[in-house]
Design a protein around this ligand. Sequence first.
Ligand code: SF4
Ligand code: SF4
Length: 275
Amino acid sequence: MQIAVLSGKGGAGKTLLAVNLANLIEGSTFLDCDVEEPNGIYYFSEYFIKEKVYSKIPVVDEKKCVNCNMCIDFCRYNALIDFIGKVKVLPSLCHSCGGCQLVCPHEAIKEKDELIGWINQTIINDHQIFGGELKIGKETGVSIIEKILQKTSDEEDSVIDCPPGNGCSVMESISGADFCLLVSEPTIFGLENLKMVYDLIKIYNKKSGIVINKAIKNNELIEAYALENNIPILGYIPFEKELALLNSKLNIVSEGKYRPYFDHILEKIRKEVLK
Ligand code: SF4
Ligand code: SF4
């Protein structure tokens, strides 16, 4: 079973849920795909083996290029431009799809490897831990996420800490997930972010459920939206100073007195996946 943990924004409690659920699932793999803020792995360890991740970036051979602009017209990411009669590559916009090389009728495009980040990895007890890290200055970590997801298989249990929002990197992160866990705070801002993420996972037709983090007495905003859209609420994590302090010091709170909250959510996810 692969569980993807999502939220519309950072700070909603996505990593708290992902780390603590992974901790409870025996032998599970933790995949931190939040490559711009890879903090989930540090709950498990400070020491990692680092693997470099490269991306393919096109290089134009000016001697062969006849300026037909077919590659420029093809690139949907606008990563190729005509600059005073010469084709220039904008690496920060390139998604390494390889298409420009294929469409060039004069074999004027080759590819080079460019370092875009790393995968940090370790094994703690019976858990394999992988975390992507985007190199500063690089625009997209999708290639890193693709490589992290290859570290696990459909037969293994895994928990993914997804990037926040609803962009390409989130879409890639949930692509193989059996269940999407949506983490939300019970505020208007939380609700708006929840709607944004739920709209995305509806497109992928994924099973999903909501956890309300920083839950207060009145969580009506989120509960009403869940009811209206027929999304199950799988649990509540209380808004408590002690829990916030433990979490801020990178403690895995599903070991202690907060364990029942996470056990309950995990049990509900398992039931939803089997439905
Ligand atoms: S590899 Fe793909 S994204 Fe990159 S420049 Fe070529 S067509 Fe555009
Ligand atoms: S498709 Fe090939 S020949 Fe045409 S502009 Fe691009 S690189 Fe040059």
